[in-house]
Design a protein around this ligand. Structure first.
Ligand SMILES: *Cc1c(COP(=O)(O)O)cnc(C)c1O
Length: 380
């Protein structure tokens, strides 16, 4: 059996004629850049996020960048985030001219550990970006309280958490702004690149709408130096079709995670992901932790189980951020996790047989490792 890490074809196939029709409608009206299909999607996605405002943009990186810019983050400022994330979180901070300041993650949720905020904050701190990594939100109440007490903004990186919940509230609706990516592999994926910011603040939403459209308040009247960060009309139309299935897809992901948890519960040397008491996890990724990760990844690949690593190098250890001079040991939890993380196949269309095959293969590979390590221990 071969189990892909992700199967976009399986998701597209049953929606193919509906998406074709949606794209045809865009072609018929030539509403290619922004326009009515994007506006309708914005309305529907805002409702999904339990937020009054959504602004469609070019991708998730734009969403983070525009949110920070619209909050006035710029040169001389610092923005606190985690090193255990996709590079884009830190890039967006750097592209405002501000400096990313990292804090370590919590060992069980893999999200920002609020206990480290006090040590990271300085008079230059302007905002905090908690990352809802893998589909589970950070512990938002202590983060929001810390920020409110010091007048800091909170921008949620919800790029992996469409539909996740914190104490019954939707990811993205908790801070000043929530940023989403619709990169094709995300829980809600476009048929190309797209992203969105959601917010409860109407004036912040207006500023982002101006920024994403060259700083124009109306045609050829530019009040700000903005950028071209509009959402493409075809993406808006396709996302409207796919949004109707997101809740069901998330439920399917949760069912697969539950099944993995049952089948793998007693495997020695394997750490499973956990769902925090406050959370509804939507399992963008199902990350396990193993000591001999690279070897495990290769052995599973040979059996036909295709895994991923999210992410092999924490952001503070990337060459791009060498200038921050954050050596090994700066963030021990994030560094340990990046050595041990292994993402098992996870997508809504996984079959029960595939889930069972993945679990059986993981069990076999880890059992053979413990035999070979006890054999080498006996020799030594
Ligand atoms: C995907 C992702 C982004 C960036 O989104 P793009 O649409 O690829 O620009 C940012 N942060 C996280 C955590 C992501 O997973």
């Amino acid at each position: 059996m071969n189990v892909p890490f992700l199967d976009l074809k399986a998701q597209l196939a049953p929606l193919r004629s509906e998406i074709n029709a949606a794209i045809s409608e865009v072609l018929d009206t030539c509403a290619f850049a922004g326009g009515p299909f994007v506006a309708k999607f914005e309305e529907e996605f805002a409702a999904f996020c339990q937020c009054p405002q959504a602004i469609g943009v070019g991708n998730g990186t734009d969403a983070l960048w525009f949110a920070l810019l619209a909050l006035g983050v710029g040169p001389g400022d610092e923005v606190i985030t985690v090193p255990s994330t996709f590079m884009a979180t830190a890039e967006a901070i750097s592209f405002t001219g501000a400096k990313p300041v990292f804090v370590d993650i919590d060992e069980t949720t893999y999200t920002l550990d609020p206990r480290h905020l006090e040590r990271a904050v300085t008079p230059r701190t302007k905002a905090i970006i908690p990352v809802h990594l893998f589909g589970q939100t950070a512990d938002m109440d202590p983060i929001l309280e810390f920020a409110a007490a010091r007048g800091l903004y909170v921008v949620e990186d919800a790029c992996q958490a469409h539909g996740a919940e914190y104490k019954g509230r939707r990811a993205g609706s908790l801070g000043h702004a929530g940023c989403f990516s619709f990169y094709p592999g995300k829980n809600l994926g476009a048929v190309g690149e797209a992203g969105a910011v959601v917010t409860r603040d109407a004036s912040l939403a207006d500023r982002i709408r101006v920024l994403r459209d060259h700083g124009q308040i109306r045609k050829y009247q530019h009040t700000h130096v903005g950028w071209n960060g509009r959402m493409d009309g075809i993406q808006g139309a396709a996302l409207r079709v796919k949004l109707r299935h997101l809740a069901r897809w998330n439920t399917q992901r949760r069912a697969h995670a539950r099944r993995y948890n049952e089948l793998l519960a007693d495997v020695p040397g394997l750490k499973l992901p956990t769902e925090a008491g406050y959370a509804r996890h939507v399992y963008h990724i199902y990350p396990v932790r193993v000591a001999r990760r690279d070897e495990t990844l290769a052995a599973l690949g040979k059996l036909g189980v295709n895994c991923g690593i999210h992410y092999p190098i924490p952001v503070h250890r990337q060459d791009a951020y060498a200038s921050l001079k954050l050596g090994p040991g700066s963030f021990p939890v994030a560094e340990r996790c990046s050595d041990e993380f292994l993402s098992l196949p996870m997508f809504p269309e996984l079959t029960p047989e595939q889930v069972e095959f993945v679990a059986k293969s993981v069990r076999e590979v880890l059992a053979s490792q413990s035999v070979s390590s006890s054999a080498s221990a006996a020799k030594a």
